[in-house]
Design a protein around this ligand. Structure first.
Ligand code: NAD
Ligand code: MN
Length: 358
């Protein structure tokens, strides 16, 4: 079989430390993968005046999947600078942002909660549609929130398909059925959230094997913080999903462990939830487990595009990566964010070593 092409964009800061770790894990699988590297980010902007050179965008379009690190976007406006990740999501029409959170702490810890959920966030519209303006000579600022039938329907389908697939993967006969929780604020935002809610409930009709329920976004934030085990798949609009997925990350061991997938009809990009972490960049101590989790999500995606034989081989490796990450999470060696003193390279080596025993 011809190799899959993976475009690697390390970006800025710890992106350049954790993405090579993820690539090393993928290389250790011996799957037919071909890696191509490209430039993007703040350093790239300062060097060449473009945070996302067109060569990078072309390479992303041509690749079977993109593995993206992080970019250090300044919080103040800079002429000519636009965040390359926001642009990539738009240019590649990566409309679904999926953030799985898993935590299976050892029994006996009174705070221990078994968490296995995924936040599915609409990635292209809502309050991030880019429709902001000022009036009154700067005394009033206005953002428009755009919700469309098309985007709501396709994101709801992604969520219900995911719940179905997660149910199938749980295998055990007594495993609970899949559940999608539709999160909105339709009691106040009657038109925008109202449309999203109606469409998501319509889509639910096509998935009788998956339970559907709904929750207001503020209640969802509370339940995520106090009863995360009640959730399976959460589907919501762009800004709500951004915030709720960060809340959910707290259960999975924090930012250093949180991977995400950005999926569209034709393209797919995988990135850790964390940013460039300038406070620890260059020290070789960033936690690589989030980026390595991205490698597992990336393989799941390739499997969904491969022939049945190749697909099962690829899935077996993604499962080994996940198990190895869980193992290292449980027994170490841990990087400083998890209370240890291991280097990125030591944690990575331990994941690879364990993975190869499975
Ligand atoms: P951040 O995720 O970079 O860091 C937040 C905190 O978490 C820091 O203390 C950092 O050291 C720690 N941390 C993050 N990832 C870690 C890892 N793998 N291992 C150990 N510790 C880790 O978020 P921030 O500080 O808010 O932003 C820093 C820069 O990153 C900003 O320029 C921001 O624009 C950018 N950023 C980019 C993305 C992205 O590329 N998608 C996402 C978030 C922030
Ligand atoms: Mn965010």
């Amino acid at each position: 079989a011809p190799p899959f092409t993976i475009l690697v964009i390390p970006g800025d800061g710890i992106g350049r430390e954790v993405i090579p770790a993820a690539v090393a894990v993928l290389q250790a699988t011996n799957l037919p993968l071909q890696f191509v590297e490209a430039d993007a980010g703040w350093d790239c902007f300062q060097r060449c005046g473009d945070a996302l050179p067109h060569e990078t965008l072309d390479a992303a379009r041509a690749a079977d999947a993109v593995l993206f690190g992080a970019v250090a976007s300044p919080s103040y406006p800079v002429a000519g600078y636009r965040s390359p990740i926001v642009r990539l999501r738009r240019e590649l029409d990566l409309y679904a942002n999926i953030r799985p959170v898993f935590d299976d702490p050892p029994p006996g810890d009174p705070r221990a909660r078994r968490v296995d959920l995924a936040v599915v966030r609409e990635n292209t519209e809502g309050l991030y549609a880019g429709r902001e303006r000022v009036e009154d000579g700067g005394a009033t600022a206005i953002a428009e929130r755009v919700i469309t039938r098309r985007a709501s329907e396709r994101i709801a389908r992604v969520a219900f398909e995911l719940a179905r697939a997660r149910r199938a993967a749980r295998r055990a006969d007594d495993a609970p059925p899949g559940r999608v929780t539709i999160v909105h604020k339709a009691n106040v935002l009657r038109e925008t959230c109202g449309l999203f809610r109606t469409i998501a409930l319509d889509v639910a009709q096509a998935y009788p094997d998956v339970q559907a329920d709904e929750m207001l976004v503020d209640a969802c934030a509370l339940h995520l913080a106090t009863r995360p085990e009640r959730f399976d798949v959460i589907v919501t609009t762009n800004l709500f999903g951004d915030i709720l997925s960060d809340v959910a990350c707290a259960w999975g061991g924090g930012l250093g462990l949180a991977p995400s997938a950005n999926l569209g009809e034709r393209h797919a990009l995988f990135e850790p939830v964390h940013g460039a972490a300038p406070d620890i960049a260059g020290k070789g101590i960033a936690n690589p487990l989030a980026a390595i989790g991205c490698a597992a999500l990336l393989l799941d995606h390739l499997a969904s595009r491969a022939s049945p034989d190749t697909a099962s081989a690829i899935r077996a490796w993604s499962e080994r990566i996940r198990r190895a990450v869980r193992h290292v999470r449980a027994v170490g060696p841990h990087t400083p964010d998890l209370g240890g003193d291991a280097a990125t390279s030591e944690t990575t080596a331990a994941v690879i070593a364990h993975m190869l025993t499975l």
